[in-house]
Design a protein around this ligand. Structure first.
Ligand code: SF4
Ligand code: SF4
Length: 481
């Protein structure tokens, strides 16, 4: 029988050294250890045409052992008959899928005018073709309350729901945030549900009153900040062109100190990476060691073709080298059983350890929806003003037919470009908004950053192997969350 190895990625803790070898199996998201026999099989049956099993076994010095190993790999789905279709995956979970997270765009105004901002820059959805127009600048309290009711009644029997506040600059509409929280608490309690709050802010409006409120309600807080003064002020300026670092630095220090004193949840920095940015390890060091953030996540800027601030191919290559340096720090900490604030790698290792196997790249449209200032529902916060991606209104309800149609079209099995990619269990084609900006089609695979994604997943797998072979108990933390 003609057999072939399924899409996979082989890796070791250190590519340059001998040592245990592993394989990441893209059809199941499993990580398996390889010995000399199974490695020879993965190798021998590689290639599009595979190999005849009898012919291959006849070449093996210990046929009995080789046959046993081959059957083991067939049972594990690593080797399959050529032409046999993959086991069909569910097109969709049972619909209507219960909602877990609602992202409330409480304002679409901002007091900064960052040059790369998708909300206000050249790639915005809030004006022009494909948009509904800028909408109301602020969500009123009634719409915030209606959104909470919508979330609670759409969440099925989930014991916990999440409300994420977003903008514009989210804190420009602190009254709506407070109204939503005060409304959600008793209603959720009556339904025996817990509510988890989170918010993203540029930190310019973190007054004592706001900080006290956020910490008291145990908000998960993400601060958008690009690094030290030079980095921050390159793109993140007030409308009159003045950099924002001097305003935000003392406010962030106050937030972090208050949160630490009250044992609040981890607070993260989110760095937008643009062309010419400082090295990521330098920025990481500044944000964690000097400002005191608990974790830092880096996100390459979302940009249409030809934007000067976009990371080009060389920018992604450089970033991968810098991420490898940060990964060394993460692994060293993991071997001491300590946490490390490199959020990108932490999230990836959690997904690898949990065997995450995505049919859709993120929760948008599935467990997560966005709400505009006017109560219009969108796939996520980035789509709420888009007339092509509207999914109803919090007052009148969700358009389930539209939601289902989108999710069917966005399923990984429909993305033929991704079929041969070992990273698809984790990437699943990438962010819908990024695809919309780049290709004018939210369901398109983000082919412009495949090398970057595969490079980062490969780095994650190497890091996983380094920790697994030296301190496997580190991963217990990913089994309880
Ligand atoms: S978008 Fe690229 S990296 Fe992502 S799954 Fe598809 S082919 Fe792989
Ligand atoms: S579509 Fe993109 S921006 Fe929206 S939730 Fe998914 S990954 Fe995030």
């Amino acid at each position: 029988m003609q057999l072939r190895t399924v899409i996979h990625h082989r890796f070791r803790a250190d590519d340059a050294a001998a040592g245990p070898e592993f394989v990441y199996v893209a059809t199941s998201a499993a990580i398996l250890g390889l010995d000399a026999h199974t490695a020879a099989i993965v190798e021998g049956f590689g290639g599009a045409d595979g190999h005849d099993d009898e012919a291959w076994l006849a070449t093996r010095p210990d046929r009995e052992l080789a046959e046993r190993s081959l059957h083991d790999l067939i049972d594990l789905g690593v080797v399959r008959p050529v032409g046999e279709p993959e086991a069909p995956r569910a097109a969709l979970p049972p619909m209507p899928f219960p909602l877990a997270t609602l992202v409330l765009n409480v304002t679409n105004k901002c007091n900064l005018s960052c040059t790369y901002c998708y909300e206000y820059g050249a790639d915005r959805l809030t004006e022009g073709e494909g948009s509904k127009g800028a909408g109301k600048p602020r969500m009123d309290d009634d719409t915030a309350r209606q959104s909470i009711d919508f979330l609670l009644r759409s969440s099925g029997d989930r014991p916990q729901v999440s409300i994420t506040f977003f903008g514009g600059e989210t804190l420009l509409n602190f009254p709506a945030i407070r109204a939503a929280v005060e409304y959600a608490e008793p209603r959720a309690a009556a339904l025996r549900k817990r509510v988890h709050y989170s918010l993203t802010t540029n930190a310019t409006l973190l007054t004592d009153e706001v900080v006290e409120f956020l910490v008291r309600h145990r908000f998960g807080i993400t601060v958008s900040i690009d690094g030290d003064q030079q980095e921050q002020d390159r793109h993140r300026t007030f409308q009159r062109g003045v950099g924002s670092f001097e305003v935000i630095a003392p406010r962030i220090r106050h937030l972090l100190a208050t949160n630490k004193a009250q044992k609040g949840r981890a607070i993260g920095a989110r760095v937008t990476l643009t062309a010419g940015a400082a090295p990521a390890p330098k920025t990481f060091h500044f944000l964690c060691s000097e400002l005191g953030f608990d974790e830092v996540g880096f996100a390459p800027v979302t940009a249409g073709l030809g934007r000067a601030y976009a990371l080009g191919e060389l920018g992604y290559e450089r970033l991968l080298r810098e991420f490898a340096e940060l990964a060394d720090g993460y692994v060293a900490a993991a071997l001491r059983d300590e946490t490390h604030g490199f959020a990108n790698l932490n999230d990836l290792l959690r997904e690898l350890h949990q065997g995450v196997h995505k049919a859709h790249p993120c929760g948008a449209g599935l467990g997560l929806l966005g709400v505009s200032t006017e109560g219009e529902i969108g796939l996520c916060h980035r789509f709420v003003e888009s007339k092509d991606h509207g999914l109803g209104n919090v007052a009148t309800g969700l358009d389930e037919a539209q939601r289902t149609t989108f999710l069917q079209q966005a399923h990984i099995d429909r993305k033929t470009d991704c079929r041969q990619c070992f990273a698809k269990p984790l990437c699943a084609g990438g962010c819908y908004h990024e695809a919309h900006v780049r290709y004018g089609d939210a369901t398109h695979a983000n082919l412009h950053y495949c090398e970057w994604i595969r490079g980062f997943v490969a780095l994650g797998l190497r890091s996983y192997a380094r920790i697994l072979t030296q301190n496997p108990k580190f991963f217990a933390r990913f089994e309880t969350s």
